[in-house]
Design a protein around this ligand. Structure first.
Ligand code: ANZ
Length: 788
């Protein structure tokens, strides 16, 4: 072994075993708490990727920091083990999903431990474990009992390859998120969770949490609140009416045609006999497209005329009724008044089908979507769109309303590898909930889990049988669908607070002690899925009285992705994947940890660099050598190094709290270089340096602490050092001198100098003295003086 290097291959596993045996990172359930959480991994067969540790190391550093600050820290981990990918992988390899998942969990656990992540392994959970999904099923029953779970016939996204229903967020660009097959629309009876009961709270309570602003915006857009009006059009020569929702009633005089969605209820009544065949043919074609395809603005608009006309209530004009798939059945009333002069989609459509385009708002070029003064609008001419909106609504007897884009959450899946939905049905298809004391409904193993279009659980002999008790209640068949895995992950963070409880999903006092989560770290791609579902379930359980808080995540941060060295997304097909096992074998866990923090600002996407990790490793070796070779030197009293060390402690403390890890790592490097350059290295800083290094490089820190500095206890029993004991009195610092916010120069003063001291120095400086003509001054001690 090279004496200039520390031996990570021995040191890393040695201390990992030591921490595990000593339960170093287990939470205590008493004191001042911090709950620090990563989004739990889904244990894929590929194992960890270097992207995973970016978030995990960050939360680990924060957790370890707070532990040294004297907090009772809970930093748990578990596995999001149910779901399509596990099932697909199992199908591909021909092994049972349970076995495949169990193997992956073992491998993931080893990998997580090899990074030195201080998880509390006594709390580990696995969503495919009956002890866990018993409570997922219980959650379903609670929602059902409170009318937040219900069944409905609905068009659903259907993946013909995976043979399953997909949630909207699992459809990407019209294709199945997992396998890329084009998704089609199908009508089925499905279970839904009524997330829309909490729409306003989901928007409003974003004010209570510390999330990245962009994530709050994404959630608000996803919920899609809009203010508009409902108005009703009569249909010519008929008793029928059509109600539309519009956000631009001010443009009513410009409505030159109407459009119904292909799914519009009782569409037949709005079609003439002559047009029947054409319209039916069109509807059939439209049913092959997904909502997303239909929404895509770039696609060519399609549609057909129904043969009928509606009457514009503002001016009595007859306007043709069309059917077109750019109008969605699921939003508003599935019908629009089309105003081609002021709506982009209507404009495109009108041009294509040669429908009249009438300008009613003055402004720019058509389609003009902005506001302005009305024209061609009879008595409203000259009024501004804003005020005319209210007046026109009144005139046509419209109703001002609010609508949301958020839809209820479709949770049934015709798949095997998930939590069975705990209900039977009677002969009239009414659900009979399974009683809480009969949970869990265990997932059977005698199942043909390869996709066939039917729920795989139907192939189980055991599962199909109905117990006597439920036959007496009238049960004639079982529910064979399983729950969307996002249900499993919508409440897992509550289970960590009391993971072995077999009486309740978690005890109230434990939930109230640990929740809400002080820091939640995970990918921004979950903004409209998991993060909204978890917020909804928390609100539902709060409403049922299980706890008092309304938001699960007090603070949320997203790690940026680690890209390949070629600046592209890491993927097997691009051949640019870096395996963390290789990095750890070559450079050690601490180099991996520190490098991932050093790459760049935590939330940015950064390419991997082998040269970069080599640099970090050199820094760790340098730290090791300088401490090994000098810790017995005289302690005092190098003023320059003392000032630098004071700055270092201040900076690492601040940067760790703010998650500015990259600048923290570079501060460590700058300090170690400064120490090494000294002819004679003093040792006063050594112990506290090891302490502040510990969250970042725990293995090396424990080695230095116990083996080099020969301490009898673990570094993790130490407290975070106070910077102030290194404060050098009367040291000279630089104050920036500004004129009306612009930098004009600098003066060097003793730290803590008064405003007058600084002004005197400015006065002495021929280049700056003229600033004294300004009467107003703002002085921020030790930093800036501004004259204006
Ligand atoms: C007339 C109009 C004129 C509209 C105009 C817009 C501009 P947001 O703001 O997202 O809520 N709309 C209503 N229901 C629809 C459906 N089922 N499918 C597709 N589009 C639908 O959007 C509200 C607007 O979306 C409504 O206002 C309606 O078009 C359209 F110059 O009505 B508007």
């Amino acid at each position: 072994m090279d004496p200039n290097k520390y031996d990570h291959q021995t040191i890393d596993p040695k201390w990992q075993r030591y921490w595990e045996t000593n339960k170093t990172f287990e939470a205590k359930n008493k004191g001042k708490k911090k709950y620090i959480l990563d989004m739990f991994p889904y244990p894929s067969g590929d194992g960890l990727h270097v992207g995973h540790p970016r978030g995990y190391v960050a939360s680990d550093i924060v957790a370890k920091y707070y532990q040294m600050k004297g907090f009772d820290v809970m930093h748990p981990v578990g596995f999001d083990a149910f779901g399509l990918p596990a099932e697909n992988a199992a199908i591909k390899k021909g092994v049972h999903p349970a076995e495949n998942t169990a193997n992956n969990v073992v491998r993931f656990s080893e990998q997580l431990k090899s990074i030195g992540l201080g998880y509390d392994w006594s709390r580990v959970i696995n969503t495919s474990d009956p002890e866990y999904y018993k409570w997922t099923q219980w959650l379903f029953l609670k929602l059902l009992e409170n009318d937040l779970a219900y069944q409905k016939e609905a068009y659903v996204n259907w993946c013909p390859n995976d043979k399953t229903v997909l949630a909207n967020e699992q459809v990407v660009g019209g294709c199945c998120e997992r396998c890329g097959t084009e998704v089609v629309q199908q009508k089925r009876k499905q279970w839904f969770f009524r997330i829309t009961a909490f729409t306003e709270d989901l928007i409003k309570d974003l004010d209570l949490v510390d999330f990245p602003e962009g994530t709050k915006e994404i959630q608000k857009n996803w919920i899609g609140k809009s203010e508009g009006a409902d108005i009703t059009f009569k249909v010519k020569d008929s008793d029928e009416e059509i109600t539309v929702y519009t956000t631009r009633l001010d443009t009513l005089f410009g409505a030159t045609y109407m459009v119904l969605a292909p799914e519009y209820e009782n569409l037949d009544k709005f079609i003439t006999d002559q047009q029947k065949a054409t319209v039916e043919g069109y509807i059939k074609e439209a049913s092959k497209k997904t909502e997303l395809d239909r929404l895509a603005d770039t696609k060519d608009k399609t549609g057909v005329f129904t043969g009928k006309y509606a009457i514009n209530p503002a001016n009595g004009e007859e306007i043709p009724i069309w059917v077109a798939d750019y109008v969605l059945g699921s939003y508003g009333y599935g019908a629009v008044m089309a105003v081609p002069a002021h709506d982009e989609r209507d404009f495109e459509f009108a041009k294509k089908f040669d429908l009249p385009i009438r300008k009613v708002v003055s402004g720019g070029e058509l389609p003009y979507v902005g506001e302005g003064d009305l024209v061609n609008s009879e008595e409203f001419d000259g009024e501004s769109s804003n005020t005319a909106f209210v007046a026109i609504t009144k005139k046509v007897d419209g109703k001002i309303t609010t609508k949301y884009r958020l839809r209820d959450w479709l949770v049934s899946r015709q798949r095997y590898w998930g939590a069975p939905i705990p209900v039977f049905y009677d002969k009239d298809d009414n659900p009979i909930p399974i009683e809480e004391k009969d949970l869990p409904v265990v997932l059977p193993t005698d199942v043909e889990f390869r996709p066939s279009g039917e729920s795989p659980l139907e192939t189980s002999k055991d599962f199909s049988e109905i117990p006597e008790k439920y036959i007496k209640k009238g049960a004639v068949r079982r529910e064979f669908d399983t729950l969307d895995t996002f249900v499993c992950s919508s409440w897992y963070f509550l289970r960590y607070t009391d993971p072995n409880n077999d009486k309740e999903f978690a005890k109230k006092d434990k939930i109230n002690y640990w929740m809400p989560i002080d820091l939640y770290v995970g990918g921004a791609e979950h903004s409209t899925g998991h993060l909204i579902f978890a917020r909804f379930i928390t609100k539902a359980l709060q409403k049922f009285g299980y706890f008092e808080f309304s938001e699960p995540f007090a603070k949320l941060r997203h790690p940026g992705m680690v890209l390949g060295e070629n600046n592209e997304k890491m993927s097997k097909s691009r051949g640019n994947v870096i395996n963390p096992d290789d990095v750890i074998a070559g450079f050690g866990a601490d180099a991996l940890r520190m490098y991932e923090m050093f790459m760049g600002p935590f939330d940015q996407f950064i390419p991997w660099s082998t040269a970069g990790i080599e640099g970090v490793r050199k820094f760790l070796d340098r730290s090791y050598r300088v401490i090994r070779d000098n810790h017995k030197n005289e302690a005092d009293e190098d003023q320059d190094l003392k000032e630098k060390f004071y700055d270092l402690v201040v900076k690492i403390t601040k940067d760790t709290e703010n998650m500015d890890f990259n600048t923290a790592v570079s501060a460590f490097m700058v300090f170690v270089n400064a120490a090494i350059e000294k002819e004679k290295v003093s040792s006063f800083w050594v112990e506290d340096f090891v302490k502040i290094l510990a969250p970042y490089a725990p293995h090396l820190a424990e080695e230095l602490w116990q083996d080099i500095l020969a301490k009898k206890t673990s570094i993790w029993e130490e407290s975070w050092p106070e910077a102030k004991k290194y404060k050098v009195e009367g040291r000279i610092i630089t104050v920036v001198v500004q004129e009306a916010g612009k930098k004009r120069g600098e003066v060097n003063v003793k730290e803590g100098a008064s405003q007058q001291d600084v002004v005197d120095l400015v006065d002495d400086d021929p280049k700056l003295e003229k600033l004294l003509e300004y009467k107003n001054r703002i002085y921020i001690q030790d930093r800036i003086i501004n004259f204006y």
